[in-house]
Design a protein around this ligand. Sequence first.
Ligand code: HEM
Length: 535
Amino acid sequence: MVSTISLLGRDLKLENVTPASALLVVGALWVLRRILTVVRILATPTSFPRVHTAFEPLALPGALIPTTWWTTGVDWHWARRFQTYTRGETVALTPIFLGTPGLWTSNIEVGRQVIAGSHKTSFYKPPSASQALLLWGMNLIASDGQMWRKHRRIVGPAFNNELYKLVWKQTAQIYRDMVQTEGWDKKSVVDVPIIQNLTLKLAFLIMTSCGFGFDSTWATPPKSKDNEMPVQEALRVVADTHMLMITAPEWVLHLPIPKFTTARLARDRLAAFMQKQVAERKAEVAAGNTRADAFTMLVKANQDESSKYQLDDQELIGNVFVLLFAGHETTAHTLAGTLGFMAIHDDIQDEIVEHIISVVGTDREPEFEDYSKLDKVLAIFYESARMFPAGHVLIREALEDTIVTVPNPVGEEGSHTVPIPKGTQVVVDMIGVQHNPRYFENPEEYKPSRWYGLPADSELFTAFSVGPRACIGRRFATVEATCFLALLLRDWKVLPVLRDGETKEAWGARMMDANIVLTLGVHDIPLRFERRKHA
Ligand code: HEM
């Protein structure tokens, strides 16, 4: 048996090695390896300015450490949005202690080459960026390459005018339901302590009815006779506990903790329900009895496709759920931000109300046909999405050695190519893009008039991403937002709830700041609604 080992020319007796010294040796070797790695990285020439950091921001432990001068936390691209790209629109972020180096870009033309997802692309979505979304089945967001094209081919046709008409109708109905259930109809002033609670509920209910095709009401749905959890309630629990479900191992969910038990029951209830639903919707579609919700439309698009491209039942379910996770918080946070901006900018709010009344009058119910005429309402939502882009990082990796074409700095004509080695992570920093002075004069100014008259699907607006892999729910979100904002702003004046002695400007600086959990939003905003005279 070996009783000695040789280390750096000296013999060490194994019985003299304590756990502490063993740990020390392993630690020292790790540090040595890391130093060599960092020296190698720093010695590799890069065409982009380097930004040094202690830890990588999108992985542990960096993601848990706040952004300071020495490290980049998960919100670093927000915190340093006006400094990071002053030396170039793309930077090489280089972690010293832990993490993989990567490129971060605020240039949408560089971004376009990386995120497009066309069949010619040399970049793919690393599975680590979307693994969490596989809980309910393979889907559009988590797939890549040939598999992504198959999913997009089916999900694409499900997003059609019938669906958008339903979104409009349901939004108007849920708004009326909210006004009545919350008792706004009997008040002239309403204080809402956290507007996100309201916008999250709205976006959730729209997804319940227009995404899943379930009934939805503002009041909590009643329990069924056998005391089974209503599917609407199960869906709400699943949406609220999504992070727990994807991070916790199964045995944790079996611990006798009420929240975990409810989460597990909701998941199982919904899984069984959705399986049955696929069969029912297939039968409905076959009988020519088509509802307009995204789930039914997906089933229909799938039936219409040749068998080569058809999705299986689990993939259909995966795609319905992914709409909830991609479309719920994003829309709700952007709506909350829009209302926050309205509370600060009286002049803009007055102009928008005038515009709404000029299109729909003071009493008529807005119709889906009004959507394209309400371009200024869309503009206040767009401008909020620009300043706080909910999908704030788009992550890709180079599949092979490749090149990207990089536009020359502002003021210089033309572009140049830069080699990108296989395995390089490229992050399209949407905050950087949306605050890039190349595209926006005074990017920190909330100025909806930038978007007045812009056709609804114009690629000049980039916060929903660009190219073939851009957000499929863009029109869903904008139809919902335009209808809700038109109804709400026409009848209610939005005001900030100020602290004693606080000015509107100070309120704005305190509230309209980023809050990043998974998506990007603003802080929890307290708002006051004052009924308008004509309402
Ligand atoms: C303000 C609201 C929204 C914003 C800012 C937003 C933003 C984005 C962005 C930036 C992407 C590209 C992600 C990437 O390539 O990594 C994306 C993709 C996607 N979004 Fe949205 N989104 C919003 C609302 C919605 C809604 C309401 C739905 C569904 C009804 C939705 C469904 C999707 C899906 C399925 C994808 C993946 C598309 C694909 O990979 O082909 N989004 N979204």
